[in-house]
Design a protein around this ligand. Structure first.
Ligand SMILES: C[S@@+](CC[C@H](N)C(=O)[O-])C[C@H]1O[C@@H](n2cnc3c(N)ncnc32)[C@H](O)[C@@H]1O
Length: 395
């Protein structure tokens, strides 16, 4: 099968992250052909998927299409899949995982189309080579993705395999961690790029701090992963892959010229954050402390501050949280002159308790909870530094 030919590559993401993903794809020099709430479409070759898997910070999956066809029944699916030259994609002694997203009135369990697709691959192999690859849910080999909606279906190679959000550094998740892709989007939305001090006074297990360090260094998150599904596709050229990885690695800065200070009141959160930062190779760039935010050390010069306080949906109790938000509002007014502060929260009533007016609200989703990333530009002295951040009630 010709994997060199440019095709329309679908890249998926969490709801509301596609504006960030679209920008990332274009910054890599690839065209933006389409955008939905949960993904973008670009055009490129199979080897373009390599860079996408290494570089993208806000994507889940990179899907390179093999065949698009009309499909109104599992038998149509079987016939179309059996006609594809799987023996040029999967080694006969390899491993394949089949996954699908199906929206068709005749299918109420995606296990069935998965099974038909897996059977088609196995039967094709048995007929042509007399052998067949092993299969299962393990994602340790080639991953085949089926998208079937109405009477249209696409069979694609899932280049990443495991979700790209799974960077591999978070061995100690602690309580309510942000997904890595959401944390990266939050940092990108603040505009912080490693050029000014960063403070994270409720850092939890460190996801925002770690994603920020990777962004500040321009270090591609995929370099942290030892393998992707693409490494198992037949004809994979290890030398070319190493060259792509080395090019991406060379571009990264070795150090940041600005401090990242991260703290949390919970000692176990900071221990987890330190372990995670070590695994991600950025612990030397982050100054961790156990402290209440009100007494937490801050960088000497103003910069960007980001917090993701609890907001009652999963953790904590709203009454106690109101007091925390009120105190955090006072903290911003008294200690953050000259800073641009960002608060990610899914509770409007609580952000109202901050007692400050946000200058921008970016809609985001934390799992299925609708959130806002609120920006507060804090005054220095008696005049606004950048026009807003006025201490008036409301969010
Ligand atoms: C929702 S979690 C943050 C999760 C984090 N974004 C992550 O990805 O791991 C909120 C954090 O705020 C911390 N926190 C709550 N009250 C605090 C306070 N007064 N001072 C400092 N940290 C506090 C909690 O210990 C918790 O780790």
């Amino acid at each position: 099968m010709d994997l060199v030919e440019p095709r329309d590559i679908r890249i998926t993401c969490a709801p509301a992250l596609s504006p960030f993903l679209a920008e990332e794809v274009q910054l890599l020099g690839l065209p933006l052909l389409g955008q939905t709430r949960t993904g973008v479409t670009t055009r490129g070759s199979w080897t373009d998927t390599w860079r996408l898997c290494l570089e993208l910070r806000t994507a889940f999956q990179v899907l390179y299409p093999l065949h698009a066809f009309r499909c109104s029944s599992p038998d149509d699916l079987y016939r179309a899949a059996r006609g594809l030259a799987w023996e040029t994609i999967i080694a006969p002694d390899g491993y394949v995982t089949v996954e699908s997203r199906v929206d068709h009135p005749s299918i109420n369990n995606s296990m069935f189309p998965n099974l038909r697709l897996k059977d088609a691959i196995a039967d094709r192999f048995t007929e042509i080579t007399g052998r067949r690859p092993d299969s299962g849910a393990g994602r340790r080999g080639v991953v085949v993705h089926l998208y079937w909606k109405g009477d249209q279906a696409t069979i694609a190679l899932n280049a990443a395999g495991r979700k790209l959000a799974d960077r591999g550094y978070r061995r100690s998740p602690h309580k309510a961690p942000l997904q890595e892709t959401l944390a990266a989007a939050v940092v990108l939305a603040t505009g912080w790029r490693g050029d000014q001090p960063l403070a994270l006074p409720m850092c939890g297990s460190g996801t925002l701090a770690i994603e920020a360090a990777l962004i500040g260094l321009d270090r591609a998150p995929g370099l942290l992963r030892s393998s992707f599904a693409l490494n198992h596709v037949l004809g994979f050229e290890a030398g070319a892959w190493s060259a792509v990885r080395a090019g991406v690695r060379r571009r990264a800065r070795k150090d940041l010229g600005v401090p990242i200070v991260a703290s949390d009141i919970d000692r176990r959160a900071i221990e987890a954050a330190q372990r995670n930062a070590e695994t991600a190779g950025v612990a030397h760039l982050i100054d961790f402390h156990v402290a209440d935010f009100a007494s937490a050390p801050m960088p000497a010069d103003p910069g960007v501050l980001i917090v993701n306080p609890e907001y009652g949906a999963r953790l904590g109790d709203e009454g106690a949280l109101r007091a925390t938000y009120e105190r955090f509002g006072s903290f911003m007014k008294s200690r953050c002159a000259g800073w641009t502060c960002h608060v990610l929260s899914g509770n409007r009533a609580l952000t109202g308790s901050l007692g400050l007016k946000a200058s921008r609200r970016v809609p985001l989703f934390n799992a299925d909870i609708e959130c806002r990333l609120l920006r507060y530009e804090m005054w220095t002295g008696s005049r606004p530094t950048r026009g807003t951040g006025s201490p008036v009630p409301g969010d």
